[in-house]
Design a protein around this ligand. Structure first.
Ligand SMILES: CCCCCCCCCCCCC/C=C/C(=O)SCCNC(=O)CCNC(=O)[C@H](O)C(C)(C)COP(=O)(O)OP(=O)(O)OC[C@H]1O[C@@H](n2cnc3c(N)ncnc32)[C@H](O)[C@@H]1OP(=O)(O)O
Ligand code: FAD
Length: 635
């Protein structure tokens, strides 16, 4: 394992060194580029990475840990480049490799890998984004010519937001309703639902749009303007029958459709292509969170404002308000660090075994963690900016660009609210299984003893205020599991009650806030488990002490802030007060090691590029900032 960590460390050093040698490729923060200039910069960045031998497709195909680590490394370099690479390799490349068969892999892998074949992942339409099953683009088989005829039936079916489409994409994986003649010869058409098709968009030589393909530019966005998102309309675009990505369903010459899977399993498999992108977005978002905290903690540790009448001014990080904003965030960042590593391990195992249970588990965990992480990072970016006061608002200190670019992480690759519901659905499914005696997979095995967990603790425990007890991992783990089990049990009861009267769809909607709370509770429970495993594996005593303090703070803050723990007297009032006191103590303790904890993210100054947050600025915090604003360097 140690050897592999060295491998990742050298990847980090090499990639960051690459950008030290090419500072011109780092997006400027002092001047606003047009979208065309940003797109050009992204193309140069991508080629620089590929020319240096970092082939994302090779990593994607052979070493997922490096692939996803590359996403984290690139996130503080430029999110447009990160996402554009993700579109090319995770989505366009991934869909061809994983929804297609050996024939498609042979035909396209090399050109996709070498960026000779820039491509798109055309799923979303104007009227449907989250609801993939309702997509309307159609692919009708013309039996006479043995071709699919791809059409956009109306404006609502215009493909929208498609990355790489407006300028660069030569081809795309287009998600369309597969329609073939009904086998009974009646002349009717069978609609087999959404499938994936390879559709050429532009001439390989002239780059002109092909007949029947109309592409418009989505124009300026809130951020990520280095990506050329486009709208696509197809008018009788003809592609060979072989262009159906036919790993999960086939159509023979003459139009016979067959699939070894049920429609739902086939749909799940098609959607499975999105899982890798969600893992990638999670790791990239953790990278942004680490960067934002590095800036805010370093700045807070040296920015002085006010002080006692008889003394000098103090660092703003010495104020409890600042500590209680940033230390729980630092703890959550470390929790997410360990959990995204767990997710990647699970993803690698899933790709190795193709185990159905694990596929479902990883779908749920990746959906939940992508939603949790990107939502947390989005709010953290605002809090970190605010913790830096006015100087956090200077473009040169990067919070603005990071916030604009990262914002959409909460929506694309699956809207967060929609994805969290996938977690609740999975938990309810496992909950029902446990009563039918079906095996419960690893991630959910704490549901096995949910009955015990949902019982309020005996009064001795709910009134226990001893610090050792409050920091006992058994208490912390059991509390978060109790919350999930309680929410799951009551959600199942409520759904059963309301379904009888409202039907399942409206019952689900009536319980939606409850279900979203259940999903978040589950994700936080998994995060604490991963965090404590990371603590136990840490060999350095000092480091382990700091990690344990953060793990305790992470869990205690969740217990302190969630009303459910007081509803059932799980935590009595005096225990709640003791928890609050302990949180303040832990924040104060962690403040003293906060800078080493963000230094440990080891984001070099030439990548961080925020003058108020540079490691080199710790002695004289203003010199780098003054220089960046055009003042001469201090002697
Ligand atoms: C080198 C650098 C690398 C960088 C890498 C980092 C970046 C990564 C890439 C970033 C790219 C960003 C650009 C953006 C691209 C996009 O946005 S692409 C489009 C994204 N769109 C979506 O995500 C659509 C979201 N909607 C859905 O996923 C589905 O519609 C749904 C909501 C999940 C399904 O809803 P519904 O129709 O109600 O069906 P269900 O009953 O819920 O599901 C049916 C069954 O399918 C299972 N399932 C669903 N999804 C998956 C999955 N992903 N994997 C496996 N299984 C799945 C679901 O559990 C159901 O199963 P059963 O219960 O057993 O029936
Ligand atoms: C910059 C950018 C790049 C993109 N790149 C691509 C790409 O390359 N390829 C591609 O195919 N797509 C891409 N997309 C589209 C993206 O995948 C969709 O925007 C996303 O899937 C959400 O769909 P939507 O925008 O239609 O929102 P909707 O699904 O309409 O959601 C709108 C609101 O309704 C809520 N909502 C929807 N359904 C429910 C529900 N069941 N329960 C509760 N609330 C609900 C959502 O939470 C959200 O707040 C991109 C989008 C952007 C902005």
């Amino acid at each position: 394992m140690e050897h592999y960590l060295d491998d990742l460390r050298s990847l980090k050093l090499e990639v960051y060194e690459l950008f030290r040698q090419h500072p011109d490729l780092l997006p400027p923060v002092l001047e606003a580029l047009t979208k065309e200039q940003q797109r050009d910069l992204v193309r140069k960045c991508m080629h620089c990475i590929l020319d240096a031998g970092y082939s994302p497709m090779f990593f994607f195909n052979t070493d997922f840990k490096k692939y996803f680590y590359l996403a984290e490394l690139l996130s503080m370099i430029d999110l447009s480049t990160t996402v554009k690479l993700g579109v090319q390799y995770s989505l366009w490349g991934g869909s061809v490799m994983n929804l297609g068969t050996e024939r498609h892999r042979k035909q396209y892998f090399e050109d996709i890998d070498k960026l000779r074949l820039p491509g798109c992942f055309a799923m979303t339409e104007l009227r449907h984004g989250s609801n993939v099953a309702a997509l309307q683009t159609e692919a009708v088989l013309d039996v006479a010519t043995d071709e699919w005829v791809i059409n956009t039936p109306d404006d609502g079916a215009l493909k929208w937001w498609i990355g790489n489409a407006a300028e660069d994409g030569k081809m795309g994986t287009v998600f369309a309703r597969l329609k073939v003649p009904a086998p009974d010869g009646s002349g009717a058409v069978d609609d087999h639902g959404v499938h994936a098709f390879i559709v050429p968009l532009r001439d390989m030589a002239s780059h002109e749009l092909l007949p029947g393909v109309d592409i418009r530019d989505c124009g300026y966005k809130v951020g990520l303007n280095g990506i050329d998102n486009g709208m696509l309309r197809f008018t009788n675009v003809r592609v060979a029958r072989e262009n159906l990505l036919d790993r999960f369903a086939t159509v023979e010459r003459g139009g016979k459709y067959s699939s070894p899977f049920t429609a739902s399993k086939r749909f799940a498999a098609t959607l499975g292509e999105l899982t890798g992108g969600r893992v990638g977005l999670t790791t990239a978002s953790v990278g942004v969170l680490k960067g934002a905290l590095t800036i805010a903690v370093r700045y807070g540790a040296q920015r002085q404002q006010f002080g006692p009448p008889d003394g000098s001014e103090i660092a703003v990080l010495d104020y409890q308000s600042q500590q209680q904003k940033l230390m729980p965030m630092l703890a959550t960042c470390y929790a997410l660090h360990f959990t995204k590593n767990f997710l990647i391990e699970q993803y690698v195992e899933m790709k190795r075994t193709k185990d159905e249970e694990l596929v479902a588990d990883v779908h749920s965990l990746s959906a939940g963690l992508k939603a949790y992480t990107t939502g947390y990072t989005a709010s953290a970016l605002s809090i970190c900016r605010e913790c830096c006061g006015g100087h956090g608002y200077a473009a040169v200190n990067r919070f603005g660009a990071l916030r604009s670019d990262h914002d959409i992480f909460q929506t694309f690759e699956g809207d967060n609210t929609v994805l969290l519901q996938q977690v609740a659905a999975m938990l309810l499914k496992r909950y029902k299984e446990q009563f039918s005696g079906a095996p419960i997979s690893a991630t959910y095995n704490y549901l096995r003893q949910w009955a015990a967990d949902t019982l309020p603790p005996n009064p001795l425990v709910s009134h226990e205020t001893d610090m050792r007890h409050l920091r006992d991992p058994a208490f912390l783990v059991r509390s978060l599991r109790y919350r999930t089990a309680r929410l799951l049990h009551t959600a199942a009861l409520r759904l059963r009650k309301h379904t009888r009267r409202l039907g399942s769809f409206h019952a689900w909607n009536k319980c939606l806030p409850h279900l979203l709370a259940l999903s978040r509770a589950h994700i936080e429970s998994v995060m604490l488990d991963c965090f404590l495993e990371g603590v136990n594996k840490c060999v350095d005593a000092e480091c382990r002490k700091a990690l344990k303090a953060m793990a305790d703070l992470f869990a205690l803050q969740r217990i302190q802030s969630d009303i459910i723990f007081r509803n059932d007297d799980y935590v009595a009032p005096e225990k709640q007060k003791a928890i609050q006191r302990l949180i303040e103590i832990l924040c104060s303790e962690l403040r003293s090691v906060a800078v080493p904890l963000v230094d440990a993210f080891s984001i070099p100054d030439h990548i961080l590029r925020a003058p108020i947050g540079l490691a080199s600025g710790q002695s004289d915090p203003y010199s780098a900032y003054l220089q960046s604003m055009g003042y001469a360097a201090s002697a």
